[in-house]
Design a protein around this ligand. Structure first.
Ligand code: ZN
Length: 417
């Protein structure tokens, strides 16, 4: 929506008026009509990155989470009496919420303060909220619109380089119940007497053939004894839950099954070693871990060193840092929780917090060490930074920039032992 490329310019002007309103007449074209239908979807999944605030409707546009009218439950007949644009609550590049608005909506200041304003005038930008760079590419649009099927946990185990394709195909057909066993053929109308070719007693079904038949059961029992496991199968999926419970033994079993055709490494435990030896498989031991001792070094006199760190998992993210001077004295530390961030965002937040604290405390020579190479790269190439952090990021770079910097910055990658 904010692209300056010719194709984006043509598309926008064909279906939008004044950059926002969708044309209200029918276009006699399958292509343009389809694009027109999707404009609402694009706008619903975009949000504004605040610059001057002149282009953003204060209550109806998304710029600090959902639209404020929706969050604060403000009816349209009340909105017309309130300030219209976001620029109406910005003064001298700072948030300035009129007292009557703060009284009317007590949580408004908290919501607004979460948005970082740029410290120099910038235009407002409408960004696609589904990715980090804020640009809606054809690939993003395709991924957004296509059907998302559930990811099968066992698919990666079957389809991997170490398994011959013929075995992968067989396992895949078993899991999807697509093998042409007698019961399947009868379902399709073939009239035939069915008999299991292994035990010659029961009729042939997929589950009987692989799990219930005395012959198959004997094989499973032998495997269970070899792996020291208790095996019980009620359905096909049970085999993969068993893999999860005894992942190591089963992976080794997998390696055993593939024999010497695989180059997969063993885990290095004595259990795996003895199992592989029992199956007469050549052991590929893992590379030994090399340990390197790294000792923290104090910064030069007059400099403050900050070691920052960020971490993220699917549930929570956080960043932290410790400031020390040239005598290695602890000056201060910080740790903060971040909502829904990637590992890079967490590392960048640690970096930015360090600069903001140095600015607040008047420390002029700051040496930052981060264990993330991406942070060091983001300092050189700002396009690596997610659009949601760019205002804060550019504010920090302004403090340490080449023109009138208030902080001298030296950033290095810390090598962890
Ligand atoms: Zn049988």
């Amino acid at each position: 929506m904010n692209s300056v490329e010719d194709w984006a310019f043509i598309l926008k002007n064909r279906v939008l008026r004044n950059g926002k309103a969708v044309i209200n007449y029918h276009v006699y074209s399958s292509l343009w009509s389809s694009i027109k239908q999707e404009v609402t979807t694009v706008l619903d999944n975009s949000c504004w990155k605040v610059g001057s605030g002149c282009s953003i409707d204060l209550w109806t546009d998304s710029w600090c989470g959902n639209a404020l009218a929706e969050t604060l439950n403000i009816p349209p007949n009340v909105i017309i009496w309130l300030p219209l644009k976001v620029s109406d609550i910005i003064q001298n590049l700072q948030w300035h919420i009129p007292p009557y608005l703060a009284n009317l909506f007590p949580i408004l200041p908290n919501l607004v303060q979460q948005v970082v304003l740029p410290i120099e005038p910038l235009p407002d930008v409408l960004v696609w909220s589904g990715n980090d760079n804020g640009l809606l590419s054809l690939k993003d649009a395709y991924n957004f619109k296509r059907n998302h099927f559930p990811v099968l946990s066992w698919a990666k185990v079957i389809w991997c380089n170490d398994v011959p394709p013929s075995r992968s195909l067989l396992a895949w057909r078993i899991m999807l119940d697509k093998l042409p066993t007698d019961d399947k053929l009868m379902d399709r109308g073939c009239c035939l007497p069915s008999m299991c070719s292994l035990c010659k007693i029961h009729s042939e079904t997929l589950f009987h053939l692989f799990f219930e038949c005395d012959f198959s059961f004997g094989l499973w029992r032998w495997l269970a004894t070899s792996l020291n496991l208790v095996l019980q199968f009620q359905s096909m999926e049970d085999i993969w839950s068993l893999c999860d419970r005894a992942r190591n033994s089963f992976n080794q079993c997998f390696v055993c099954h593939l024999g010497n055709h695989t180059k997969a490494l063993s885990s290095g435990t004595i259990t795996d070693f003895s199992m592989l030896k029992a199956f007469m498989v050549t052991v590929h031991p893992p590379k030994p871990m090399s340990l390197k001792e790294i000792i923290w070094q104090p910064p030069p006199p007059q400099w403050i060193k900050c070691n920052t760190y960020g971490a993220s998992n699917p549930v929570a993210s956080a960043c932290g840092g410790i400031f020390r001077n040239s005598n290695a004295d602890f000056l201060c530390g910080f740790a903060s929780k971040i909502d829904m961030a990637s590992a890079l965002c967490a590392e960048l937040c640690g970096f930015m917090t360090a600069i903001e604290i140095a600015e607040a405390r008047g420390w002029r020579n700051l040496w930052i060490e981060s264990d993330s190479m991406l942070v060091v790269n983001a300092y050189k190439y700002s396009n690596l930074v997610s659009w949601s952090l760019t205002n804060r990021w550019f504010n920090c770079l302004k403090l340490v920039g080449s023109v009138n910097p208030s902080i001298g910055l030296f950033i290095v990658r810390e090598v962890l032992a």
